[in-house]
Design a protein around this ligand. Structure first.
Ligand SMILES: [Zn+2]
Ligand SMILES: [Zn+2]
Length: 283
């Protein structure tokens, strides 16, 4: 956390425009870290024979909703994030008040929502029904269940070899990657799962979303003086992924680096490319 705070200070000095969102990020991260130490989680049971079959057929180990959640801790974190959200910006504050009111009036029962795990469709349905801001509600749920989900992923880590999967979706939970990372001196490329945070190896010259390997249609650009961040564009599916070069940056928090380079996403979007998993902090 101290390292993260120092990095945030450095970025803020360089790009003051990101100050507000980075402060918000730091407060959310602090709340998540705090809850992590007291999580009570059951084990995820995998059937051995299933596991082998799944890997052979290219299926992930589990699905998003299969991650066990510490519901009590998630609800406590949800409440903390609501408090943080009310001080973040006026839009967020207004939406959070509406959500809190719906909870107080027993229109929404968080315990019930989380009963069957993190089901985005269901969460969005609830938001629609009570005229809540979908993005804000989903953001709060995802960030309050994130410590549980990540603890579940850590349990499963030893079941997999991150070097051999080589596919465009997560071997743990089948979600799409939201970032790509370059690590080690040779610049091995890893994908970072947008849901559970697992990272796995992938070839450098392939589009993770459509498997395109034709070189002329795979291009990239960097921001000026920002060689550690690049946008990998695919002209076949017109989508892109942001790549963060951790060889130059050192071990940093990829989500934070992503957030602080939103200007690159704007350029990619102006060029007509879509990001399959947008940065949830900026939408
Ligand atoms: Zn995953
Ligand atoms: Zn593609």
């Amino acid at each position: 956390m101290e390292k993260l705070k120092r990095r945030i200070q450095r970025i803020k000095k360089k790009r003051p425009g990101y100050g507000e969102i980075l402060d918000f990020y730091q407060r959310v991260k602090e709340a998540q870290e705090k809850i992590k130490v007291s999580l009570k989680m059951g084990p995820i049971k995998l059937k051995r024979e299933w596991k082998e079959l799944l890997a052979k057929e290219g299926f992930s180990l589990i699905q998003k909703e299969d991650f066990p959640l510490d519901r009590e801790a998630s609800i406590k974190l949800f409440e903390t994030l609501c408090q943080i959200g009310k001080n973040a910006n006026p839009h967020m504050a207004k939406q959070v008040r509406k959500i809190e009111e719906a909870i107080r009036n027993k229109k929404i029962d968080l315990k019930e929502i989380l009963k069957s795990g993190v089901k985005e469709q269901k969460i969005v349905q609830f938001a629609d029904e009570f005229k809540l801001d979908k993005k804000v509600f989903l953001f709060l749920i995802q960030n309050s269940t994130k410590p549980s989900v990540e603890a579940g992923m850590e349990q499963l880590r030893s079941e997999l070899d991150p070097e051999t999967w080589l596919k465009g979706y997560c071997p743990v939970c089948s979600s799409l990657p939201h970032l790509s990372l370059l690590r080690e001196e040779v610049g091995r490329r890893y994908m970072l799962c947008s849901f559970c945070g697992y990272s796995w190896r992938m070839d450098r010259l392939i589009c993770a979303f459509c498997n395109n390997t034709e070189q002329p249609s795979l291009q990239y650009f960097c921001g000026e003086g920002e060689e550690a961040y690049r946008i990998d564009l695919c002209d076949k599916c017109h989508q892109y992924i942001k790549t963060i070069d951790l060889r130059t940056l050192g071990e940093s928090d990829p989500l934070l680096e992503d957030l602080a380079t939103f200007h690159l996403d704007l350029i990619a979007s102006e060029k007509g490319y879509k990001r399959p998993v947008p940065n949830p902090w900026m939408t």
